[in-house]
Design a protein around this ligand. Structure first.
Ligand code: SF4
Ligand code: SF4
Length: 397
């Protein structure tokens, strides 16, 4: 067997052995559904079905020599339509990204985010000491568990972008105000919180993911709480589905699940009419990856003065914002290859519904969609708001 054949065999075996249901790769029907639904399939030299054909033909090295894989935004659309139930996103695409990273074939902007994550514990390259600075003005004070040292009901995992990004910090501040108004006994890790690591994992950096998960898992182990809630669907996915594989198992919910369950407590606070037609973007890691579709919609429908309308791509068929699987750190690269921004497609869809508000539930989305709206929405029709911001706006707190 030649070296190239060996590399191919190692990759094939790795996918089959290291991924849940990886052996199903053998069952590919070459139907092309995966490549057809892939939002960037049209620019990939090797979209998923063709990749599988090449791997079967012992030609994985052809894929390694391209930048094809970095167009994958880990949106799970291919996985959701595969009749053979092949783990395309978690197995094939993520495994191939791991091999490209090992081969040093990685775009520089992604490399920078991965290096920041390694050095600072977050992909933005911000100081860990400033991780809770967003909470300084909040009253009652947001409890830092390292200082508070008493049991809480909820450990709120704030996430990278709500902690540091100037636009997204507003979502963290809204969440803190909402939890305070509901009298929830909650605390945060602050400087002890690291990136959840899920997007780094899906960008092929499994070792970095494990390091970050280990640090978060050890911090969780230090404190007394009943459950974790997350702002970020990627953090939710990691803590729910990936951290247990490393020995860190904790009850976790995305904030939309938590708030939907507490809706009876929230309703008396919802006083101000929003007066808007609202459409909702299903984030890939709430919807397709974890089947959470109803709770965000029920929160929106409970807002006074709101009419909820659906975009053509919704629920399981939602269109990715382009931020997953490292896409958040590959905008320049993906624009260069495709001259398309998935976030701009989504804004066009939202506008087509006549909506005034595009509601989101993932911290990647507010800034991505606001940037896209600047290019597409010339009349200023559409506002982008996280669901928690809409709740707080109605509460007037
Ligand atoms: S959708 Fe599944 S069965 Fe069809 S080509 Fe893609 S991987 Fe193969
Ligand atoms: S996960 Fe999404 S972007 Fe990646 S190959 Fe599948 S459909 Fe394409």
């Amino acid at each position: 067997m030649s070296n190239l054949e060996t590399a191919n065999a190692i990759f094939y075996n790795k996918i089959q052995e290291a991924t849940q249901d990886g052996e199903k790769l053998r069952n590919c029907l070459q139907c092309g559904n995966c490549s057809g639904i892939c939002p960037f399939g049209y620019v990939m030299i090797y979209p998923p079905s063709r990749m599988i054909a090449e791997v079967r033909a012992n030609r994985f090295e052809k894929i390694l020599g391209t930048e094809n894989i970095w167009m994958c935004v880990s949106c799970y659309a291919c996985t959701s339509v595969c009749p053979a139930q092949i783990p395309i996103t978690a197995g094939l695409m993520t495994g191939a990204k791991e091999e490209l990273l090992l081969a040093g074939n990685v775009p520089s902007e992604l490399q920078a985010a991965l290096e920041y994550s390694q050095r600072y514990g977050n992909p933005l390259g911000e100081s860990p000491r400033k991780r809770a600075d967003w909470a300084r003005e909040i009253q009652p004070e947001v409890k830092l568990l390292g200082k508070y040292r008493q049991p809480v009901d909820v450990l709120w995992f704030v996430g990278d972008y709500p902690s540091y990004h100037p636009r997204v910090q507003h979502i963290a501040q809204s969440m803190a105000k909402l939890l305070n108004a509901l009298n929830i006994n909650f605390g945060i890790l602050g400087p002890e919180e690291y990136s959840d690591g899920d997007s780094q994992r899906l960008a092929g950096e499994r070792g970095l993911f494990e390091m970050l998960a280990e640090k978060n898992g050890q911090a969780f182990n230090k404190y007394d709480f009943k459950e974790i809630i997350t702002t970020d669907p990627h953090a939710y996915n990691a803590i729910k589905n990936e951290y247990p594989k490393l020995g860190f198992s904790f009850p976790v919910r995305h904030y939309t699940e938590f708030l939907a369950e507490n809706i009876e407590k929230i309703l008396p606070f919802l006083k101000n009419e929003i007066n808007a037609r609202v459409t909702y973007h299903d984030p890939c890691y709430l919807g397709r990856a974890n089947n959470i579709y109803e709770q965000p919609r029920s929160l929106i429908q409970n807002l006074p003065g709101v009419e909820l309308v659906e975009m053509p791509h919704n629920l399981k068929n939602s269109l990715c914002c382009g931020g997953g699987g490292g896409g958040m750190w590959l905008d320049g690269f993906q624009w260069e290859k495709s001259h398309v921004r998935l976030s701009e497609w989504r804004i066009q869809e939202a506008l087509s519904t006549g909506a005034n508000i595009l509601a989101v539930a993932c911290p990647y989305e507010t800034s991505r969609f606001e940037d896209a709206a600047k290019n597409i929405d010339k009349t200023g029709q559409l506002r982008i708001r996280d669901i928690v911001e809409l709740l707080v706006e109605s509460m007037g707190v």
